[in-house]
Design a protein around this ligand. Structure first.
Ligand code: CA
Ligand code: CA
Length: 190
């Protein structure tokens, strides 16, 4: 079981990285051309149809950037902003009009948390937590009942342990601990 989810994680992590990087570059570009200033104009000359800034009607402050990352004419990336600061980015990577990735950014603009819909049904069932850009742990609802039943802990880039709630008691009762040498040890938890 532990081996099953690692490829899913990696696929999700890699799947939208390029579009995200492209989007963040675009945000930088917008800052350069002054769109963030809140002129009220809805388009940028070089990207007339792919990005739409939304400003607070009262303050003129930028609050949302809608972006069509793949250029198919439908918005797939929503970046919720506080002026020039990114708060949260929601992505519909497979273009089916349901969000499959939620990225949360801290005050330092580093990613803090990612929610993923691994079943692509619009519901987040995997939550990844980051410190200084590094994945430190993840919580997974593998059964889809809305309750976390799997906990992953990372040490650097290495998966260090995976704990499971096999009896639906709300906390882990089994844990697999992985050694740096590739060894695995199963533990029963009280
Ligand atoms: Ca699109
Ligand atoms: Ca989707």
């Amino acid at each position: 079981m532990p081996g099953r989810l690692t490829p899913v994680t990696q696929r999700n992590r890699h799947a939208s990285r390029s579009s995200r990087v492209g989007f963040l570059l675009l945000v930088g570009f917008l800052l350069l051309v002054g769109v963030m200033g809140g002129s009220g104009c809805g388009t940028v000359r070089d990207e007339p149809s792919r990005i739409e800034p939304v400003y607070d009607r009262t303050t003129g402050r930028l609050e949302l950037l809608k972006y069509d990352a793949n250029g198919d004419g439908t918005v797939d990336t929503w970046s919720y902003m506080d002026g020039a600061r990114v708060l949260r980015i929601e992505l519909d990577g497979d273009q089916d009009k349901r969000i499959d990735r939620w990225e949360y950014y801290g005050p330092d603009q580093q990613i803090e948390k990612i929610g993923l819909s691994t079943k692509r049904d619009g519901k987040a069932d995997r939550f990844e937590y980051y410190e200084k850009g590094m994945l430190t742990r993840a919580e997974v609802d593998s059964s889809g009942d809305g309750r976390i039943d799997k906990w992953e802990v990372y040490n650097g880039s290495r998966l260090a342990s995976v704990a499971f709630d096999t009896t639906q008691r709300g906390s882990p009762d089994r844990r697999v601990v992985y050694g740096p040498d590739g060894s695995a040890r199963l533990e029963r938890l009280p």
